[in-house]
Ligand binder design. Structure first.
Ligand SMILES: Nc1ncnc2c1ncn2[C@@H]1O[C@H](COP(=O)(O)OP(=O)(O)OP(=O)(O)O)[C@@H](O)[C@H]1O
Ligand SMILES: [Mg+2]
Length: 332
């Protein structure tokens, strides 16, 4: 087990996610928090960046033929080095006013099970963006620190970091990861599953942003009195090919979400079955903590608790746990 609290620390850290990029400074806190998206124009091979972050998000599903929206990451890992380099340059320029960061370098979060090739691609993109030296840290460990869990104790702690592209389950003790397992599902794949369900059952075509909005509205309503009210969905009917509006009940969405969350719960079960008995006893006593934007759906915690018999709670400021944990590592 490798302790993360060692050697010289950089000044800034980056949580480079599938949905969002966050930059944190050791003493100044979060400096940047925008969607992980770029919009390019021009012919393939000679593309130019037109917009990134918030302004690129406003263009999703609305671009003419000569513009292309690209996501640097897919399912938690880097898929497009060029888009990642542009995204990092934009984020550094917006937050630090410069892109050349030699000296102390930068700490970047990665999925705990990222392959050597995936790590190398991230380091290449960071170097190309002007970051001289890069240190990688497993995201579930950063999330546990950000959620203020007592990870340095000789006690097992289970965390499930639910992002947009990946959900990582980890058992942590004595400052290090003892066991980990991840599934490539998260908020983005749930939004896609909702869009696919509307396509299949209601013959309604919706865009990515609408699917995300439905998912977030659904989870915000899940524990409120508004749950009985239906969610209004605007799209294009595949029957008439005309714009159409549909009312969707939370019960219909429960079916899609449950199927999706069961994949994450199965990963928790499997990890528990591989965890040594002393550590699993600690988890039985202390329960499981959920972090990440995907953990904002209350159904995930209740379903996980019912299926595993463990107590499950969602961390405070769940979206910021990874970046807050990275900041704590910089400060240590
Ligand atoms: N209220 C909400 N209910 C459900 N999901 C939400 C809510 N708010 C945000 N999300 C989802 O959370 C996800 C973003 O979370 P987060 O910022 O932790 O992901 P990420 O770090 O970019 O992704 P990853 O770690 O997988 O690469 C998105 O898929 C978003 O739709
Ligand atoms: Mg993340």
């Amino acid at each position: 087990m490798l302790s993360i609290f060692s050697s010289r620390k950089p000044e800034i850290a980056i949580d480079f996610g599938t949905a969002n990029v966050r930059i944190v400074h050791r003493s100044e806190g979060i400096l940047f928090d925008e969607p992980s998206l770029c919009c390019f124009t021009g012919p393939a091979g000679a593309e130019q960046l037109l917009a990134a972050g918030k302004s690129a998000r406003a263009m999703v599903d609305r671009t003419p033929d000569h513009m292309r929206i690209k996501r640097p990451l897919r399912r938690g890992v880097l898929q497009d080095i060029d888009a990642a380099t542009h995204m990092l340059r934009y984020a550094l320029r917006s937050s630090m006013g410069r892109t050349r960061l030699g000296g102390t370098g930068v700490l970047i979060g990665v999925p705990a099970d990222a392959t050597q090739a995936e790590r190398a691609a991230l380091v290449t993109a960071a170097n190309d963006a002007g970051i001289g030296s890069v240190r990688l840290t497993p995201e579930p460990l950063a999330a546990a620190i950000g959620a203020q869990l007592p990870i340095e104790r000789p006690t097992g702690t289970m965390i499930v970091e639910c992002g947009a592209g990946t959900s990582e389950v980890a058992v942590i003790s004595l400052g290090g990861i003892c066991r980990t397992r991840s599934v490539r599902v998260g908020g983005a794949s749930l939004a896609r599953a909702i869009a696919d369900d509307l396509h299949l059952r209601h013959k309604l075509l919706i865009g990515d942003l609408t699917a995300e909005r439905i998912m977030e509205e659904y989870s915000d309503r899940s524990q409120s009195t508004e749950r009985s009210a239906s969610i209004e969905v605007r799209g294009r009917s595949l029957r008439t090919q005309l714009p159409a509006v549909l009312s969707l009940s939370c019960e219909e969405l429960d079916i899609v979400a449950e199927k999706h969350f069961r994949v994450i719960i199965e990963a928790v079960r499997q990890l528990l079955s591989e965890t040594p008995p002393e550590l699993s006893h600690d988890i039985l006593v202390d329960g499981v903590v959920l972090t990440g934007g995907g953990a904002l759906s209350p159904l995930l915690a209740s379903l996980m608790s019912n299926e595993t018999g463990l107590s499950v709670r969602t961390a405070a400021d769940t979206r910021e746990c990874v970046v807050r944990g990275l900041q704590a590592i910089l400060l240590h």
